[in-house]
Design a protein around this ligand. Structure first.
Ligand code: ARG
Length: 453
C-alpha cells in the first residue's frame, strides 16, 4: 500500500505509477533528502514532538540507509514514487512504527523544496570550482601572450591590432561575472523552507531556525505558500547556466574559426580534436562545436522551466516535479562542458606568427595613421579622409600602409614625415592604447597581475 493509501480503495494503475513516479531522476537527491530528514528528526526530538529515543533511532537508521545507498545496497521502487517516499519506506521497513513518526510536521511539498535547494547549493559549489579552473586557465594563457599581437575584429572584419592576452582576458571578465552571478544566486537559494508544511505551515512547535542552522542555511522562508511554491531559484540558476553557456559558445565559435585553415591562429591538440571517417586530412574542433551546440539545450531548459511555472496557481502543483530533469540536464551539461573546454584551451598551440601576419593585413593600423595626422594638427575628419584615400591607393597596389615610401605618403599629405613608420607599427598601435581597459602590453600585464593576487 502507498504511504498515502488510506483513503483509496483501489491500487494505482501501473501506467499512472510509471507516469507519476520521479524516482528515476530525483534519486540523485538522496543525500540531501536524508540529511534534511536527519535535521528534521533531531529537531522533533529536541522539541519533544517525538520521544528523544525515537529521534535518536531515526537519525541513526537514516545514517545507515545513507551508507547503504552509497554502497549500492539499496534498490529504489517505482511505486514508492519519489526519493522522499522511497527513503521513508525503507526507514519504516527497518524500524517500524518509530519510522512512521519522521514525517510529523512535514509535507513532501516543503521537503522537496528543501531537497532541491540543498542539491543545487551543493552543485553550485562544484560549478564554482570549475569556473575557477577556467578563469585560471585563461589567466595562464594570457600571461604567456601579453605580447602576442593579433587582429581585433568588428563585424568579423579586421579592425585594430590587439593582443591575444587582451582578447582572452575579455573572456576572463565574462566568466568572472558568471561566478559573481552564482555567488549572488546563492544568497537567495540559501533560505530554508521546511516548516511550510503542505502550504499552510504546521501546528507543531517546530524550531525552524535550528533546522536551518543544522543544514547551513542563512535564514528561513517567511511565507509558507511561497516556501513550497517558489522555484525562482531553479529558474535563476538555469539563467546563470545559460549565460555561462552563451559565453562558452562565443568562445567556441572563435576557436572554431581560429583553427580553420583560413585563420590558422591556433592548432588544437590531437587529444582534443577528432578526425573524419572519410577525409584523411581532417582534424575537427568537435569539442568547441559541441560546447556551442549544447548552449542550445541549456537555453531550452531555462525556457522549459519558465514555461512550467508561468501558469501555476499557489501553492504546490505536481507540474513542479518537471523542474528537476530540466535543471539537472542544464547542470550536467555545463559541468560536462567546462572541464573539457579547459583541457582544449590548455593544450592548444597558439600560432603567434599567423596572428601577427593577420594583424598586418587588413589595414588594422589605419586609425593610427589618422591619429598621427591629428597629433600633427589636422582635424580628425580630414585625417580620416586622407587615410581613406591612402587605403584605396594601397588596395589598388596590393600594399600595406607601412609599405608606402615617404614620397608616396607625401602625395597624400605634406604633414607625413619619416617618424610615421614608427608611429604606425603594430607594436606602437597596441602600446599607445594604455587607457584603462586597453590592450597595451603593460596595461594588460597589470590587469593579469591584479587578478593573480
Ligand atoms: N516528487 C514530487 C516533486 O518532485 C515531490 C512533491 C510531491 N508532493 C505532492 N503533494 N504530490 O515535486
Amino acid at each position: 500500500m502507498k504511504l498515502w493509501g488510506g483513503r483509496f480503495s483501489k491500487s494505482t494503475d501501473k501506467s499512472v505509477d510509471d507516469f507519476n513516479s520521479s524516482i528515476r531522476f530525483d534519486q540523485r537527491m538522496y543525500r540531501q533528502d536524508i540529511t534534511g530528514s536527519i535535521a528534521h528528526a533531531k529537531m522533533l526530538g529536541r522539541q519533544g514532538i517525538i520521544e528523544k529515543s525515537e529521534s535518536d533511532l531515526i537519525v541513526k537508521t537514516l545514517g545507515e540507509i545513507l551508507d547503504d545507498i552509497e554502497n549500492g545496497k539499496v534498490e529504489f521502487l517505482i511505486d514508492a514514487e519519489d526519493i522522499h517516499m522511497n527513503v521513508e519506506t525503507i526507514l519504516i521497513s527497518r524500524i517500524g512504527d518509530t519510522g512512521k513518526r519522521l514525517h510529523t510536521g512535514r509535507s513532501r511539498n516543503d521537503q522537496v523544496a528543501l531537497d532541491v535547494r540543498m542539491y543545487l547549493r551543493d552543485e553550485a559549489d562544484e560549478l564554482n570550482e570549475m569556473l575557477d579552473e577556467i578563469l585560471e586557465t585563461i589567466l595562464n594563457v594570457s600571461e604567456e601572450n601579453i605580447e602576442t599581437i593579433m587582429p581585433g575584429y568588428t563585424h568579423l572584419q579586421k579592425a585594430q591590432p590587439i593582443t591575444l592576452a587582451h582578447h582572452f582576458m575579455a573572456y576572463y571578465e565574462m566568466f568572472k561575472r558568471d561566478k559573481e552571478r552564482l555567488c549572488d544566486w546563492r544568497k537567495r537559494v540559501n533560505v530554508m523552507p521546511l516548516g511550510s508544511g503542505a502550504l499552510a505551515g504546521t501546528t507543531y512547535p517546530l524550531d525552524r531556525e535550528f533546522v536551518a542552522s543544522e543544514l547551513g542555511f542563512d535564514s528561513v522562508t517567511k511565507n509558507s505558500l511561497d516556501g513550497v511554491s517558489d522555484r525562482d531559484f531553479v529558474c535563476e540558476m538555469a539563467f546563470v547556466l545559460s549565460v555561462i553557456m552563451m559565453h562558452l559558445s562565443r568562445f567556441s565559435e572563435e576557436i572554431i574559426l581560429w583553427s580553420s585553415n583560413e585563420f590558422g591562429f591556433v592548432d588544437l591538440d590531437d587529444a582534443y580534436s577528432t578526425g573524419s571517417s572519410i577525409m584523411p586530412q581532417k582534424k575537427n574542433p568537435d569539442v568547441a562545436e559541441l560546447a556551442r551546440g549544447k548552449a542550445g539545450r541549456v537555453f531550452g531548459d531555462l525556457m522549459g522551466l519558465l514555461t512550467v511555472m508561468k501558469g501555476l496557481p499557489l501553492a504546490y502543483n505536481k507540474d513542479m516535479q518537471e523542474d528537476k530533469e530540466q535543471i539537472f540536464d542544464a547542470l550536467d551539461t555545463v559541468k560536462m562542458c567546462l572541464p573539457v573546454f579547459c583541457g582544449m584551451l590548455k593544450t592548444m598551440k597558439i600560432r603567434k606568427e599567423n596572428m601577427l601576419n593577420g594583424a598586418k593585413g587588413g589595414f588594422t593600423n589605419a586609425t593610427d595613421v589618422a591619429d598621427y595626422l591629428v597629433k600633427k594638427g589636422l582635424p580628425f575628419r580630414d585625417a580620416h579622409g586622407v587615410v581613406g584615400r591612402m587605403v584605396a591607393y594601397c588596395l589598388d597596389k596590393d600594399m600595406a600602409l607601412d609599405e608606402l615610401t615617404i614620397e608616396e605618403y607625401k602625395t597624400f599629405s605634406e604633414i607625413f614625415e619619416e617618424d610615421v613608420y614608427e608611429a604606425i607599427s603594430l607594436k606602437t598601435c597596441v602600446n599607445l592604447r594604455t587607457v584603462t581597459g586597453g590592450p597595451a602590453f603593460e596595461t594588460v600585464k597589470k590587469v593579469i597581475e591584479g587578478y593573480k593576487k
